[in-house]
Design a protein around this ligand. Structure first.
Ligand SMILES: NC(=O)c1ccc[n+]([C@@H]2O[C@H](COP(=O)([O-])OP(=O)(O)OC[C@H]3O[C@@H](n4cnc5c(N)ncnc54)[C@H](O)[C@@H]3O)[C@@H](O)[C@H]2O)c1
Length: 273
Protein backbone atom coordinates (compact mmCIF):
# COMPACT_ATOMS: atom_id res chain seq x y z
CA UNK A 1 0.00 0.00 0.00
CA UNK A 2 2.43 2.61 -1.30
CA UNK A 3 -0.12 5.44 -1.22
CA UNK A 4 -1.61 4.69 2.18
CA UNK A 5 -2.37 7.92 4.11
CA UNK A 6 -2.00 10.05 0.98
CA UNK A 7 -4.77 12.38 -0.22
CA UNK A 8 -4.87 13.57 -3.80
CA UNK A 9 -6.94 15.46 -6.35
CA UNK A 10 -7.28 14.13 -9.89
CA UNK A 11 -8.40 16.54 -12.63
CA UNK A 12 -9.25 15.22 -16.09
CA UNK A 13 -11.36 12.07 -15.80
CA UNK A 14 -13.98 12.20 -18.57
CA UNK A 15 -14.72 8.46 -18.62
CA UNK A 16 -13.09 5.07 -18.03
CA UNK A 17 -10.87 5.52 -21.08
CA UNK A 18 -9.24 8.65 -19.64
CA UNK A 19 -5.56 8.51 -18.71
CA UNK A 20 -6.53 10.26 -15.45
CA UNK A 21 -8.79 7.31 -14.62
CA UNK A 22 -5.85 4.90 -15.08
CA UNK A 23 -3.73 6.98 -12.69
CA UNK A 24 -6.55 7.41 -10.14
CA UNK A 25 -7.22 3.65 -10.15
CA UNK A 26 -3.54 2.79 -9.61
CA UNK A 27 -3.32 5.26 -6.69
CA UNK A 28 -6.55 3.99 -5.16
CA UNK A 29 -5.35 0.38 -5.40
CA UNK A 30 -2.31 1.44 -3.36
CA UNK A 31 -4.48 3.01 -0.63
CA UNK A 32 -4.75 6.69 -1.66
CA UNK A 33 -7.81 8.74 -0.75
CA UNK A 34 -9.02 10.63 -3.80
CA UNK A 35 -11.03 13.64 -4.87
CA UNK A 36 -11.92 14.05 -8.55
CA UNK A 37 -13.27 16.87 -10.72
CA UNK A 38 -15.49 17.18 -13.78
CA UNK A 39 -15.65 19.81 -16.51
CA UNK A 40 -19.41 20.48 -16.50
CA UNK A 41 -22.74 18.93 -15.46
CA UNK A 42 -22.83 16.65 -18.52
CA UNK A 43 -19.57 14.98 -17.44
CA UNK A 44 -20.50 15.22 -13.75
CA UNK A 45 -23.44 12.78 -14.07
CA UNK A 46 -21.27 10.27 -15.94
CA UNK A 47 -18.59 10.46 -13.26
CA UNK A 48 -20.87 9.44 -10.37
CA UNK A 49 -20.35 5.65 -10.77
CA UNK A 50 -16.61 6.21 -11.29
CA UNK A 51 -16.41 8.31 -8.12
CA UNK A 52 -18.20 5.55 -6.25
CA UNK A 53 -15.74 2.96 -7.55
CA UNK A 54 -12.82 5.19 -6.54
CA UNK A 55 -14.29 5.69 -3.06
CA UNK A 56 -14.81 9.43 -3.47
CA UNK A 57 -18.56 9.95 -4.09
CA UNK A 58 -18.54 12.76 -1.51
CA UNK A 59 -15.51 14.42 -3.14
CA UNK A 60 -16.67 14.92 -6.73
CA UNK A 61 -16.26 18.61 -7.56
CA UNK A 62 -16.89 20.79 -10.64
CA UNK A 63 -13.82 22.50 -12.08
CA UNK A 64 -13.65 24.14 -15.48
CA UNK A 65 -10.06 25.42 -15.44
CA UNK A 66 -10.95 28.34 -17.72
CA UNK A 67 -12.96 29.76 -14.77
CA UNK A 68 -10.72 31.04 -11.94
CA UNK A 69 -13.70 31.08 -9.56
CA UNK A 70 -14.13 27.31 -10.00
CA UNK A 71 -10.47 26.72 -9.09
CA UNK A 72 -10.94 28.89 -5.96
CA UNK A 73 -14.09 26.93 -5.08
CA UNK A 74 -12.16 23.68 -5.55
CA UNK A 75 -9.56 24.90 -3.02
CA UNK A 76 -12.35 25.69 -0.51
CA UNK A 77 -13.94 22.23 -0.97
CA UNK A 78 -10.60 20.46 -0.58
CA UNK A 79 -9.76 22.49 2.52
CA UNK A 80 -13.09 21.51 4.07
CA UNK A 81 -13.10 17.84 3.06
CA UNK A 82 -9.38 16.98 3.01
CA UNK A 83 -7.53 19.74 5.03
CA UNK A 84 -4.28 18.90 3.20
CA UNK A 85 -3.32 17.32 -0.11
CA UNK A 86 -0.32 15.15 -1.01
CA UNK A 87 -0.70 15.02 -4.77
CA UNK A 88 -2.29 16.66 -7.81
CA UNK A 89 -2.89 14.95 -11.16
CA UNK A 90 -3.38 17.47 -14.00
CA UNK A 91 -4.58 15.44 -17.00
CA UNK A 92 -6.27 18.20 -18.98
CA UNK A 93 -5.79 19.52 -22.48
CA UNK A 94 -7.88 21.26 -25.09
CA UNK A 95 -7.28 22.88 -28.49
CA UNK A 96 -9.95 24.12 -30.91
CA UNK A 97 -10.40 21.89 -33.96
CA UNK A 98 -8.62 24.37 -36.27
CA UNK A 99 -5.42 23.73 -34.29
CA UNK A 100 -5.42 19.97 -34.80
CA UNK A 101 -5.08 19.63 -38.56
CA UNK A 102 -4.62 21.66 -41.72
CA UNK A 103 -1.91 24.26 -42.22
CA UNK A 104 -0.03 25.14 -39.03
CA UNK A 105 0.41 28.79 -40.04
CA UNK A 106 -3.37 29.23 -40.36
CA UNK A 107 -3.90 28.81 -36.60
CA UNK A 108 -5.72 31.89 -35.28
CA UNK A 109 -4.66 33.84 -32.21
CA UNK A 110 -7.82 33.01 -30.29
CA UNK A 111 -7.43 29.25 -30.81
CA UNK A 112 -3.75 29.56 -29.80
CA UNK A 113 -4.62 31.40 -26.60
CA UNK A 114 -7.41 28.95 -25.65
CA UNK A 115 -5.08 25.94 -26.06
CA UNK A 116 -2.33 27.58 -23.99
CA UNK A 117 -4.79 28.68 -21.31
CA UNK A 118 -6.51 25.28 -20.82
CA UNK A 119 -3.54 23.00 -21.50
CA UNK A 120 -0.65 24.94 -19.92
CA UNK A 121 -1.61 27.90 -17.75
CA UNK A 122 -4.13 25.77 -15.83
CA UNK A 123 -1.25 23.73 -14.36
CA UNK A 124 0.34 26.89 -12.97
CA UNK A 125 -2.94 28.33 -11.66
CA UNK A 126 -4.15 25.11 -10.03
CA UNK A 127 -0.78 24.59 -8.34
CA UNK A 128 -0.65 28.17 -7.06
CA UNK A 129 -4.19 28.15 -5.71
CA UNK A 130 -3.85 24.72 -4.06
CA UNK A 131 -0.31 25.33 -2.75
CA UNK A 132 -1.42 26.43 0.74
CA UNK A 133 -3.01 22.98 1.15
CA UNK A 134 -0.02 21.02 -0.10
CA UNK A 135 2.04 19.02 2.35
CA UNK A 136 5.84 18.94 2.31
CA UNK A 137 6.84 16.13 -0.05
CA UNK A 138 3.72 16.70 -2.19
CA UNK A 139 3.87 15.65 -5.84
CA UNK A 140 2.32 17.24 -8.94
CA UNK A 141 1.95 15.27 -12.18
CA UNK A 142 0.87 16.39 -15.64
CA UNK A 143 0.56 14.63 -19.02
CA UNK A 144 2.54 15.41 -22.14
CA UNK A 145 3.16 13.89 -25.57
CA UNK A 146 6.20 13.49 -27.85
CA UNK A 147 4.56 15.94 -30.29
CA UNK A 148 5.83 18.66 -27.95
CA UNK A 149 9.43 17.72 -28.78
CA UNK A 150 9.28 16.49 -32.39
CA UNK A 151 6.95 17.12 -35.33
CA UNK A 152 3.91 14.79 -35.37
CA UNK A 153 1.36 15.17 -38.23
CA UNK A 154 -1.84 17.02 -37.21
CA UNK A 155 -0.74 17.50 -33.59
CA UNK A 156 0.06 21.11 -34.59
CA UNK A 157 -1.15 23.53 -31.90
CA UNK A 158 -1.15 20.89 -29.18
CA UNK A 159 2.53 20.24 -29.96
CA UNK A 160 3.34 23.87 -29.16
CA UNK A 161 1.22 23.64 -25.99
CA UNK A 162 3.02 20.47 -24.86
CA UNK A 163 6.42 22.12 -25.45
CA UNK A 164 5.30 24.98 -23.19
CA UNK A 165 3.89 22.49 -20.67
CA UNK A 166 7.16 20.56 -20.45
CA UNK A 167 9.13 23.76 -19.81
CA UNK A 168 6.50 24.81 -17.26
CA UNK A 169 7.18 21.52 -15.42
CA UNK A 170 10.89 22.40 -15.18
CA UNK A 171 10.36 25.99 -14.00
CA UNK A 172 7.71 24.88 -11.50
CA UNK A 173 9.97 22.09 -10.23
CA UNK A 174 12.68 24.65 -9.40
CA UNK A 175 10.27 27.11 -7.86
CA UNK A 176 8.39 24.62 -5.68
CA UNK A 177 11.47 22.53 -4.87
CA UNK A 178 12.30 24.86 -1.96
CA UNK A 179 8.99 23.80 -0.36
CA UNK A 180 9.75 20.12 -0.94
CA UNK A 181 7.10 19.90 -3.67
CA UNK A 182 7.96 17.84 -6.78
CA UNK A 183 6.65 18.43 -10.31
CA UNK A 184 6.90 15.87 -13.12
CA UNK A 185 5.24 14.91 -16.40
CA UNK A 186 4.57 11.62 -18.11
CA UNK A 187 4.92 11.73 -21.87
CA UNK A 188 2.51 8.97 -22.85
CA UNK A 189 2.34 7.15 -26.15
CA UNK A 190 -0.91 7.50 -28.13
CA UNK A 191 -4.03 6.01 -26.50
CA UNK A 192 -7.58 6.09 -27.89
CA UNK A 193 -9.41 8.55 -25.60
CA UNK A 194 -12.00 11.30 -26.03
CA UNK A 195 -9.28 13.97 -26.39
CA UNK A 196 -7.36 11.82 -28.89
CA UNK A 197 -10.46 11.55 -31.09
CA UNK A 198 -10.02 15.25 -31.96
CA UNK A 199 -6.62 14.64 -33.58
CA UNK A 200 -6.69 13.98 -37.33
CA UNK A 201 -5.72 10.43 -38.49
CA UNK A 202 -5.27 9.26 -34.89
CA UNK A 203 -5.71 5.58 -35.77
CA UNK A 204 -2.76 5.86 -38.18
CA UNK A 205 -0.74 7.38 -35.34
CA UNK A 206 -1.53 4.32 -33.18
CA UNK A 207 -0.41 1.95 -35.93
CA UNK A 208 2.77 3.92 -36.57
CA UNK A 209 3.66 3.99 -32.87
CA UNK A 210 3.16 0.24 -32.47
CA UNK A 211 5.14 -0.54 -35.60
CA UNK A 212 8.06 1.71 -34.68
CA UNK A 213 8.39 1.13 -30.91
CA UNK A 214 10.97 -1.21 -29.35
CA UNK A 215 8.07 -3.02 -27.61
CA UNK A 216 6.20 -3.20 -30.97
CA UNK A 217 2.82 -2.42 -29.41
CA UNK A 218 0.77 0.42 -28.02
CA UNK A 219 0.39 1.22 -24.32
CA UNK A 220 -2.61 1.23 -21.95
CA UNK A 221 -3.97 3.65 -19.36
CA UNK A 222 -3.12 1.02 -16.70
CA UNK A 223 0.53 1.26 -17.71
CA UNK A 224 0.47 5.06 -17.49
CA UNK A 225 -1.38 4.60 -14.18
CA UNK A 226 1.41 2.51 -12.64
CA UNK A 227 4.12 4.94 -13.74
CA UNK A 228 1.99 7.85 -12.55
CA UNK A 229 1.57 6.23 -9.13
CA UNK A 230 5.37 5.88 -8.92
CA UNK A 231 5.85 9.60 -9.63
CA UNK A 232 3.20 10.51 -7.02
CA UNK A 233 4.59 8.19 -4.33
CA UNK A 234 7.67 8.12 -2.09
CA UNK A 235 9.27 5.73 -4.59
CA UNK A 236 10.25 8.81 -6.62
CA UNK A 237 11.11 11.09 -3.67
CA UNK A 238 14.21 12.55 -5.38
CA UNK A 239 12.69 12.86 -8.86
CA UNK A 240 11.51 16.30 -10.00
CA UNK A 241 11.37 18.30 -13.22
CA UNK A 242 11.38 15.08 -15.25
CA UNK A 243 9.52 14.26 -18.45
CA UNK A 244 9.15 10.49 -18.08
CA UNK A 245 8.26 8.61 -21.26
CA UNK A 246 5.69 5.81 -21.06
CA UNK A 247 5.51 5.04 -24.76
CA UNK A 248 6.91 1.56 -25.38
CA UNK A 249 10.24 3.26 -26.13
CA UNK A 250 9.01 5.04 -29.29
CA UNK A 251 10.93 8.23 -28.47
CA UNK A 252 14.38 6.60 -28.56
CA UNK A 253 14.10 5.45 -32.17
CA UNK A 254 15.98 7.20 -34.96
CA UNK A 255 14.86 4.67 -37.57
CA UNK A 256 12.38 1.77 -37.46
CA UNK A 257 13.92 -1.67 -36.91
CA UNK A 258 13.75 -3.75 -40.06
CA UNK A 259 13.25 -7.51 -39.94
CA UNK A 260 13.54 -10.00 -42.79
CA UNK A 261 11.02 -12.62 -43.85
CA UNK A 262 11.93 -16.13 -45.09
CA UNK A 263 12.56 -14.81 -48.61
CA UNK A 264 14.95 -12.24 -47.25
CA UNK A 265 12.46 -9.42 -47.92
CA UNK A 266 12.75 -6.56 -45.38
CA UNK A 267 9.65 -5.45 -43.48
CA UNK A 268 8.75 -3.61 -40.28
CA UNK A 269 7.49 -6.10 -37.68
CA UNK A 270 4.91 -5.23 -35.07
CA UNK A 271 2.42 -7.03 -32.84
CA UNK A 272 -0.62 -4.77 -33.36
CA UNK A 273 -3.86 -5.28 -35.25
N1 LIG B 1 -4.58 10.00 -25.41
C1 LIG B 1 -3.34 10.20 -25.82
O1 LIG B 1 -2.90 9.65 -26.82
C2 LIG B 1 -2.42 11.08 -25.01
C3 LIG B 1 -1.02 10.91 -25.15
C4 LIG B 1 -0.18 11.72 -24.43
C5 LIG B 1 -0.71 12.71 -23.59
N2 LIG B 1 -2.06 12.85 -23.48
C6 LIG B 1 -2.57 13.88 -22.56
O2 LIG B 1 -3.25 13.25 -21.50
C7 LIG B 1 -4.15 14.20 -20.92
C8 LIG B 1 -5.51 13.54 -20.73
O3 LIG B 1 -6.11 13.26 -21.99
P1 LIG B 1 -6.82 11.87 -22.33
O4 LIG B 1 -6.17 11.36 -23.56
O5 LIG B 1 -6.94 11.03 -21.14
O6 LIG B 1 -8.26 12.35 -22.83
P2 LIG B 1 -9.62 12.66 -22.02
O7 LIG B 1 -10.52 13.30 -23.01
O8 LIG B 1 -10.10 11.45 -21.34
O9 LIG B 1 -9.15 13.73 -20.93
C9 LIG B 1 -9.03 15.11 -21.21
C10 LIG B 1 -9.70 15.82 -20.05
O10 LIG B 1 -9.53 17.24 -20.16
C11 LIG B 1 -10.69 17.79 -19.61
N3 LIG B 1 -10.83 19.21 -19.95
C12 LIG B 1 -10.83 19.78 -21.19
N4 LIG B 1 -11.05 21.11 -21.06
C13 LIG B 1 -11.16 21.37 -19.71
C14 LIG B 1 -11.41 22.54 -18.94
N5 LIG B 1 -11.60 23.73 -19.50
N6 LIG B 1 -11.48 22.42 -17.58
C15 LIG B 1 -11.33 21.22 -16.99
N7 LIG B 1 -11.11 20.07 -17.67
C16 LIG B 1 -11.03 20.16 -19.02
C17 LIG B 1 -11.81 16.94 -20.18
O11 LIG B 1 -13.02 17.10 -19.46
C18 LIG B 1 -11.21 15.55 -20.01
O12 LIG B 1 -11.57 15.01 -18.76
C19 LIG B 1 -4.13 15.40 -21.85
O13 LIG B 1 -3.23 16.37 -21.35
C20 LIG B 1 -3.59 14.82 -23.14
O14 LIG B 1 -2.99 15.81 -23.97
C21 LIG B 1 -2.92 12.05 -24.16
Amino acid sequence: MLMSGKKGIVLGIANKKSIAYGIAKACREQGAELAITYLNERFGKKLEPIAEELGCSSRLYPCDVSKPEEIEALRDSLEKDFTKIDFIVHSIAFAPKEGLGGHFIDIGKEAFNVAMDISVYSLIEISRVLKPLMSEGASILTLSYHGGVKYIPNYNLMGVAKAALEMTVRYMAEDLGRDGIRVNAISAGPIKTLAAAGIGDFSFMLKWNAAHSPLRRNISIDEVGKSGMYLLSELSSAVTGEIHYVDGGFNIMGMPAVEFDEDGKPHIAWNGE
